[in-house]
Design a protein around this ligand. Structure first.
Ligand SMILES: Nc1ncnc2c1ncn2[C@@H]1O[C@H](COP(=O)(O)OP(=O)(O)OP(=O)(O)O)[C@@H](O)[C@H]1O
Ligand code: SF4
Ligand SMILES: [Mg+2]
Length: 338
């Protein structure tokens, strides 16, 4: 079951997902027993240090995990009640770019360099409707205007390399919006490659579009400043496990998991340095996923670690409505350490 308790069925409901990679060094358990839900119209931020399984989770939702070496060993991913893991590749292709869209850190890898952006966006309209070329191109220009690209009719004639990074990201967002009913947008580090001012503009744009189009957003980010400004709810991952899940204000005010609290200790202290701090200020580093057994994976870095933590991963606990965490010695019980 999902960890929050919305009155409405969630748009996306991931249940007990396990994603492994069979590598020459051994089995990498990239995502373990993950339960994650996103409600209609909600922005869920997925946060955690590099290598903790955020992108693999996004790739599992869109069925883009390379198999082999990847393997979705168990679990289900319900989207409006249908298990995406049961769909054929063809059905999944239709869903990607229609009800589920994706934007990534570097849009150059997703845009086709040999077509103008107007043509590429128009192509999305033409795939999902019987619109003619001219009408689809006009609709593409309207979308470029919607995502606040200046002189959109002229820009529609540009090739991706002729645009700045921020413009390309806007073009990607426009492309995602060209789908008939964008239900879920997955944004994997969408602003990391951009400078701070442009980052803020893109995040503002995503928030506006969420209201306007009524879509849900899965926002993957390293940046707690971005989380504070953009998300409704936050799921914190560590070494393939979800360790805390809470509404954004609740997590910032009352983190329970020592790792989540550590991340918040790294949050920017002033609007001027927003986005400048990353998660590196927690001592130590993420353990090699190959060497993690059933213990709490944070136990080699955690000030609260006990033998109990090294013996087994904790069960779910609740700190309040929709606030779940997985820790034997949470902050509220322990003060700093127990
Ligand atoms: N194709 C692959 N083959 C083997 N291991 C992989 C593959 N893709 C991902 N992994 C492993 O899965 C784990 C999770 O990776 P993932 O890309 O999801 O991390 P992430 O949280 O998105 O990190 P980042 O913040 O750096 O993007 C990592 O240990 C990574 O090495
Ligand atoms: S207190 Fe134990 S269970 Fe909680 S994060 Fe630390 S090591 Fe893990
Ligand atoms: Mg990633």
């Amino acid at each position: 079951m999902s960890d929050n308790n919305p009155t409405q069925a969630p748009l996306l409901d991931i249940q007990d997902l396990q994603v492994n990679f069979h590598t020459r060094r051994g089995l990498v358990r990239a995502v373990r027993n993950l339960n994650l839900s996103i409600n209609e119209g909600e922005t869920l931020a997925l946060v955690g240090e590099s290598g903790c399984g955020k992108s693999v989770t996004a790739h599992a939702i869109t069925r883009l995990v390379p198999m082999p070496p990847g393997d979705i060993a168990s679990g289900s991913i319900l989207f409006r009640g249908d298990n995406l893991l049961d769909l054929s590749e063809r059905e999944m292709r239709t869903l990607r770019g229609s009800k589920i869209s994706m934007i990534f850190q570097e849009p150059m890898t997703s845009l086709n360099p040999v077509f103008t952006i107007g043509t590429q966006i128009a192509e999305v309209f033409r795939t999902h409707t019987n619109m003619g070329k001219k009408e689809a191109f006009e609709k593409a220009v309207e979308l470029l205007d919607l995502v606040k690209i200046p002189a959109p009719a002229k820009r529609a004639q540009s090739y991706p390399h002729q645009l700045s990074g921020g413009m390309r990201q806007r073009a990607m967002i426009a492309m995602a919006l060209a789908s008939p009913e964008p239900g879920l947008m997955i944004a994997d580090e969408p602003t990391t490659a951009l400078d701070v001012t442009i980052q803020a503009q893109i995040l503002q744009l995503l928030s506006e579009l969420k209201e306007r189009v009524g879509m849900s957003i899965l926002l993957i980010t390293h940046d707690m400043g971005v989380v504070a400004e953009t998300a409704d709810r936050v799921a914190v991952m560590y070494a393939g496990r979800k360790v805390e899940d809470a509404p954004v204000e609740e997590l910032f005010a009352n983190p329970q998991h020592p790792y989540a609290a550590g991340l918040l200790g790294c949050q920017p202290s002033s609007p001027q340095n927003k986005g400048a701090h990353r998660l590196e200020s927690i001592d130590g580093s993420v353990p090699d996923l190959l060497s993690i057994g059933e213990e709490c994976p944070f136990s080699n870095r955690c000030p609260n670690a006990s033998d109990r933590c090294r013996a087994g991963f904790p069960e779910k606990s609740e700190a309040g409505p929709n606030h779940a965490y997985w820790c034997h010695h949470p902050i509220s019980n322990s003060g700093v350490a127990s």
